[in-house]
Design a protein around this ligand. Structure first.
Ligand code: DX5
Ligand code: ZN
Length: 222
């Protein structure tokens, strides 16, 4: 699955920018609060408008402090998947239960240097794990290779039935990095600059998906 990030889109033309990625599986929306991360983007009112403007499932990545208080609003608004950062969450299990009760998938994200092992029990409550492959805050950064060790760990736990979740990766995914991420076992690839920086975003999505499929035959239709 490919999830273009509108962080790299033209914020003055968001409806057009959603139309430009029609073939994508999810649309990734980066919510930043200038507190958990040193950047500020958009919040719930803009997400509510985006939800009205598209049929693509909306994947909200909340890079915010106090997700215990704010995350559920995005689920209630109709986001398909709502991801919070474990580094910011006081009670990640309660958050997951709130998100699911509000009808969304629950996502947990870990920064590049956050280990995943302490959260294996918590992850039983979650539908997606978002592995950050750049420091959260900005688009267009370089891929941090060592996070793929965490992807491999989680892939093994999912494949052996110990966890049941989708592995998503975010940051620096492009034509040169997507194959390595696919080989490691990622299911869903967020791509901002690689999609919106391309002359034809739809073609970029198809090309990335084809590369991921070729790199990991798990994705090929039976
Ligand atoms: C970074 C965001 C990413 C960002 C990725 O904090 O979470 O979603 O848009 O951008 P690229 O794909 O350009 O690295
Ligand atoms: Zn993101």
């Amino acid at each position: 699955m490919i999830a273009p990030s509108i962080l790299s889109a033209d914020f003055a033309r968001l409806a057009d920018e959603l139309a430009a990625i029609e073939g994508s599986d999810w649309v990734h929306v980066d919510v930043m609060d200038n507190h958990f991360v040193p950047n500020l983007t958009l919040g719930l009112p803009v997400v509510q408008s985006l939800l009205k403007a598209t049929d693509i499932p909306v994947d909200c990545h909340l890079m915010i402090s106090d997700p215990d208080r704010w995350a559920v609003g995005y689920a209630e608004a109709g986001a398909y998947n709502v991801t919070v950062h474990v580094e910011a969450a006081a009670d990640p299990i309660a958050i997951a239960r709130d998100l699911r009760a509000a009808g969304a998938k629950a996502g947990l994200s870990i920064k590049p240097d956050t280990p995943v092992e302490p959260y294996l029990e918590v992850l039983r409550e979650y539908d997606t794990l978002l592995v950050m492959s750049v420091e959260p805050g900005f688009g267009g950064q370089s891929f941090i290779e060592h996070v793929l060790d965490k992807v491999r760990t989680i892939r093994r736990l999912v494949d052996t039935g110990h966890l049941n979740l989708l592995v998503e990766i975010d940051g620096g995914i492009n034509a040169t990095t997507i194959e390595r991420a696919a080989e490691a076992g990622v299911d869903c690839f967020v791509a901002g600059s690689a999609v919106y920086g391309a002359a034809d975003p739809t073609k970029a999505i198809t090309a990335l998906r084809d590369q991921a499929r070729t790199a990991n035959h798990r994705f090929l239709p039976a």
